[in-house]
Design a binder for this molecule. Structure first.
Ligand SMILES: Cc1ncc(C[n+]2csc(CCOP(=O)(O)OP(=O)(O)O)c2C)c(N)n1
Length: 371
């Protein structure tokens, strides 16, 4: 392919520089007070601690797997805190920071990766749909839901906006292109939040797209922007604007959060086999937490007492997760058939009965041992 197909780099929307300096952006003015800034810092630190503990628990054999969000905390917390109570999110499997913003107890996330629950939480209770492993499929689920919101007339200031989280790799899935097109032609109230963490397991970004991902949106007829995904304030301001536009009936928007997966793809992966350590070091200098801490300290919004308080809270959270993860009860074998369909289903009933008979056929397991 000739070089003249390469595109100019789009603007990187950034409010907080890696050195911790705050700038206003003409299109995305941010109103935020000192208390809200401290809360964002607390969120980032606690979310990172959830991740660190979960990786350690997996190494100790307490979880089957974990998908680390290390490096992506700002993209997730900023966008998660932009959501209104009526908004609904469709996540991938790495959205632990978004789950935190929805008030999901992180022990429920551990339950998913320990394999002791079929889903983890009730989506109707929290507005966060279940984690999705089938890459890109949640973009279609989100778009369909958003079209439903539109048909219910549930738009407006107190209405519902929908957000779908996915990765750079997911943009190569047909589902994602179909979702973009459906959302565009129906003017659906959905925000596509792509965390471009530069890697889809071992596939680098240049193998996903010849054009910057945010520019994909224009071909479908809706706006797309690139934000600094390690800047929690850019993520908050731009997602807030996109959700507001969606609620007001202005249709979809694509946000490409330009970030980096600092850890492995999952605990099953070894990134040293396919990427250079210099790349990781470069991104460590853009760490999302240290830049906010620098800003808060320089502006005297946070003092040593506050920073130690947050650290102590993270220690307590870590201890609770270690204890409660080990206490999660193992499911009964027949629980696998729960919540497959919302309504009773004869196929599932038959499979459950067959499996119960099979279990009962073992000498040491009576029917009272199964539910
Ligand atoms: C439809 C489908 N194809 C392939 C896979 C296997 N798979 C799991 S994760 C992954 C990479 C996803 O990369 P990306 O969308 O960038 O998200 P990230 O893991 O980096 O957050 C792939 C190909 C899958 N889960 N679903």
């Amino acid at each position: 392919m000739s070089d003249n197909t390469a595109q100019a780099e789009p603007e990187l929307i950034q409010l907080l520089t890696p050195d911790g300096e705050l700038r206003q952006h003409p299109d995305y003015p941010l109103e935020i007070d000192a208390q809200q800034l401290r809360e964002l810092y607390r969120d980032l630190v606690l979310v990172r601690r959830i991740d660190t503990e979960a990786v350690a628990l997996q190494r100790q054999g307490e979880l089957g797997l974990w998908a680390s969000l290390l490096g992506q905390e700002a993209a997730q917390v900023g966008s998660g805190r932009a959501l209104h109570p009526n908004d609904v999110a469709f996540p991938s499997y790495r959205e632990h920071g978004v789950a935190w913003c929805f008030g999901i107890d992180p022990v429920q996330l551990l339950g998913v990766f320990r394999g002791v629950t079929n889903g983890g939480w009730d989506p109707n209770e929290h507005g966060l749909q279940l984690y999705t492993i089938v890459i890109g499929s949640q973009t279609l689920h989100a778009t369909g839901y958003a079209m439903g919101v539109q048909r219910d007339g549930a738009l407006g200031e107190d209405g519902t906006a929908v957000i779908s989280y996915f990765g750079d790799g997911a943009t190569s899935q047909g589902d994602t292109s179909e979702a973009f097109n459906f959302a565009a032609v129906n003017n659906a109230p959905v925000v596509f939040f792509c965390q471009n963490n530069q890697w889809a397991i071992s596939e680098p970004l240049e193998r996903q797209s010849r054009v910057p991902l945010c520019q994909r949106a224009s071909g479908f007829g809706f706006p797309g922007v690139r934000i600094d995904g390690n800047d929690v304030l850019a993520s908050l301001a731009v997602t807030r604007a996109a959700l507001r536009n969606a609620r007001e009936g202005q249709g979809p928007m694509l946000i490409e959060a330009f970030t980096y997966r600092m850890g492995a793809h999952t605990t099953n992966d070894d990134p040293t086999r396919y990427r250079a350590s210099a790349e990781l070091e470069e991104w460590q200098n853009k760490d999302p937490i240290s830049r906010l801490r620098t800003y808060l300290v320089n502006e005297q919004i946070a003092d040593d007492a506050f920073l130690s308080e947050v650290e102590a809270e993270a220690d307590q959270l870590g201890e609770r997760l270690r204890t409660q993860c080990r206490q999660l009860p193992d499911p009964e074998p027949l629980d696998i058939f729960h919540e497959v369909y919302a309504e009773p289903n004869s196929h599932i009933d038959r499979q459950r009965a067959d499996f119960a008979d099979y279990l009962a056929s073992f000498e040491d397991v009576g029917t009272e041992g199964v539910r």
